[in-house]
Design a protein around this ligand. Structure first.
Ligand SMILES: NC(=O)c1ccc[n+]([C@@H]2O[C@H](COP(=O)([O-])OP(=O)(O)OC[C@H]3O[C@@H](n4cnc5c(N)ncnc54)[C@H](OP(=O)(O)O)[C@@H]3O)[C@@H](O)[C@H]2O)c1
Length: 337
């Protein structure tokens, strides 16, 4: 049996003392500063016991938010099915302590109704997701990407319907640009299903949100859950001595490709790693703290392939502040100066 897996799971009594909870925009919801995503490592190509152990450990450490999407796997849908098994086996009694999200937007089934932003696709996909997870409702249902060929009113009406049918509690959008976000927020507010949260990619290596999105979110009172805050593992010390066999960059199905681990990237990682060491943190911890330093970020949405990574990452909360000198040294490294 894998470390952290218990035959009969009972969450740690002190789980809520370990975590910091941040308000999601101007809503009533508090989210853990670190959330767990199931994009990789929870599919049917992965080890189920390890996946189960990570969910257990996450909840023990106060992670109440688990993020999924229809297509997570591989195979697509298998992360939801596996999460459903874990929920049924171990977490049934704790459903009201969890915030579970799913999304629809990317390719899920063949034909014209299996991706993008039509009502037909979004609502059918949500029904499929609920079935796979064995849930009556999700806490957040997202439009996973903006669809340039579907009226935004139609896509948002599907989110509104999900809420009004009781199949989702809150609405969310992901990967929407600032202008699209403002329009979506206005439509959802008018419809009585206000947008709770936006899910963009944000890390030291990917900073597009700084060019207007975070300002829009603040104005609209929408929370921000930053995905891939470790740049899929690049912002850790794991690639400094080559590409480990069991890493995402080495796996054929992973979204991080070997070619992305370049000399130029390694040079930056190595310099950032030195600053992290001086701060008494691992690079992963510093990378997460760096994203969380902006008060408009509600939570960092990490992935993990082992229980130990989760434990290490959550310990970023022990040092979330930066000196001006540290910030400017980090900035210079990122700019390559
Ligand atoms: N909305 C969207 O379009 C979208 C897109 C992508 C992701 N997401 C969400 O964001 C979540 C997180 O994305 P992500 O998995 O790319 O996040 P990430 O946190 O940037 O990367 C996670 C990966 O980094 C490695 N890692 C984590 N902690 C480590 C540590 N302490 N030391 C060494 N390596 C460590 C692990 O990879 P190894 O396998 O190499 O160990 C892990 O799987 C997803 O699960 C999903 O929920 C959303």
């Amino acid at each position: 049996m894998k470390r952290g897996t218990k035959k009969t799971y009972k969450p740690a009594e002190n789980r809520y003392q370990q975590m910091k909870y941040n308000r999601c925009g101007r809503s009533g919801i508090l989210l853990p500063a670190v959330s767990l995503g199931l994009w990789h490592n929870f599919g049917d190509v992965d080890d189920f016991d390890t996946a189960r152990a990570m969910i257990h450990r996450a909840l023990d450490l106060g992670i109440t938010h688990f993020d999924l999407a229809n297509n997570y796997g591989p195979s697509p849908g298998s992360a939801e099915s596996n999460f459903g098994k874990i929920l049924k086996k171990d977490l049934k009694a704790y459903r009201d302590e969890l915030i579970i999200s799913t999304k629809a937007g990317y390719l899920m089934w063949p034909g014209p109704y299996g991706e993008w932003g039509s009502r037909k696709y979004l609502l059918a996909s949500l029904d499929q997701s609920l079935k796979r997870m064995g849930l009556d409702y999700v806490d957040i249902f997202y439009s996973h990407r903006f669809d340039p060929n579907t009226p935004l009113e139609e896509t948002m009406s599907a989110l509104e319907t999900a809420v009004k049918q009781g199949k989702a509690i809150y609405t969310g959008i992901s990967n929407y640009k600032p202008e699209q976000t403002a329009q979506a927020a206005a439509i959802l507010r008018k419809a009585g299903a206000p947008c709770l949260i936006h899910q963009p990619k944000y890390s030291m290596f990917e900073r597009w949100v700084e060019g207007g999105l975070l300002d829009v979110l603040e104005q609209e009172g929408i929370g921000c859950i930053a995905f891939s805050p470790l740049a899929q593992g690049l912002l850790t010390d794991k690639y400094l001595k080559g590409i480990p066999k069991d890493s995402r960059a080495a796996k054929p199905w992973g979204f991080l490709k070997r070619e992305q681990v370049t000399e130029a990237v390694l040079k930056k990682i190595s310099a950032l790693n030195n600053i992290a060491k001086q701060r008494g943190q691992s690079l992963a911890q510093m990378a997460l703290a760096w994203v969380l330093k902006d008060k408009r970020i509600t939570t960092v949405l990490v992935g993990a392939s082992h229980v130990e990574q989760l434990e290490q990452n959550i310990a970023c909360l022990n040092n979330l502040t930066f000196t001006c000198d540290e910030l400017s040294r980090i900035e210079n490294i990122l700019k390559g100066t």
